[in-house]
Design a protein around this ligand. Structure first.
Ligand code: NAD
Length: 263
């Protein structure tokens, strides 16, 4: 299938690692032109090195900062003269105690995973209108559909699904689709880096990190394993492709069968 992405300018946030990095590589295979944002500049530079033969612009952007987002979108538009696809992917997660979960952390997660996607979508809409075509994919989570016990994360990912649906209705008349992917657990640094979810799960269960991750997969995921970042990237790329353009307002689970509800 020709995904029709070869002439498109694609923005990916959180592109230095995990799902965002895999999405950047997958878009590059489709011949897209890339604009990659992340707070981690070294990580972005490493990704850029993997993208030989692809037109790619990288910028260190803290997406929680309004001015930085505005500058980034203006820079991309100036450099490539158009913006076709926005992938709102930058994020994080924290398992915390329900009774003491700090408001400050909750607010910072909302800045990162709720306000940033809204802001970036708003900034891209004028460019999509100019093209007469556009596509937005938000990386939500299955924990936006059913609780995972991560208070801020679950709440904000549920909001991301509604943001997706509201923008999909608003944007449809000018030929822009807006969708979300809802991954289950994915084998990325978000689980494996020091202090991240794997360590947090280990602390909560009293198991070693790898043992805890394996136990979680075997007891919660029908396919018995985490997704690879590439498996999530494939869904992101497809949703923003030309053949998928009539799909809008959906939040697709990519979760090895973990979610049981009918939506
Ligand atoms: P990751 O930690 O590998 O990548 C996240 C990226 O976001 C990092 O490169 C990080 O530097 C970047 N980032 C963090 N704060 C930022 C900021 N303020 N500005 C710009 N960039 C920032 O994690 P991942 O697993 O690839 O997660 C990507 C997305 O997928 C997140 O939104 C996450 O919530 C979501 N998700 C992950 C899983 C999972 O199990 N890994 C499951 C469901 C959804």
């Amino acid at each position: 299938m020709d995904l029709g992405l070869s002439s498109r300018v694609v923005i990916v946030t959180g592109a230095a690692s995990g799902i965002g990095k895999a999405a950047a590589l997958a878009y590059a295979k489709e011949g897209a032109t890339l604009a990659l944002a992340d707070i981690n500049l070294k990580g972005l530079e490493a990704v850029k090195k993997l993208l030989k033969g692809t037109k790619v612009y990288i910028e260190q952007v803290d997406v929680t900062k309004e001015a930085a987002c505005k500058t980034f979108i203006a820079n991309v538009a100036k450099k490539f003269k158009r913006i076709d696809v926005l992938v709102n992917n930058a994020g994080t997660a924290l398992m915390g105690d329900m009774e003491t979960f700090p408001e400050k952390v909750f607010r910072s997660h909302a800045e990162l995973m709720m306000y940033a996607p809204v802001r970036l979508t708003q900034l891209c809409i004028p460019h999509f209108k100019k093209n007469g075509w556009g596509s937005v994919v938000n990386t939500a989570s299955i924990f936006g559909k059913q609780p995972g016990g991560l208070l801020s994360y679950d709440t904000i990912k549920a909001a991301d699904i509604m943001i997706t649906k509201d923008f999909s209705s608003y944007c449809a008349p000018f030929n822009v689709n807006v969708n979300a992917v809802c991954p289950g657990p994915v084998d990325t640094p978000l689980w494996h880096e020091k202090g991240q979810l794997g360590d947090q799960l280990a602390a909560a269960t009293g198991m070693k990190k790898d043992e805890a991750i394996d136990w979680f997969a075997k007891t919660n995921i029908p396919m018995g394993r985490y997704a690879t970042a590439e498996e999530i990237a494939n869904a992101i790329v497809f949703l923003s492709s030309v053949p998928a353009h009539y799909i809008t307002g959906v939040a697709i689970n990519v979760d090895g069968g973990m979610v049981k509800c009918t939506l």
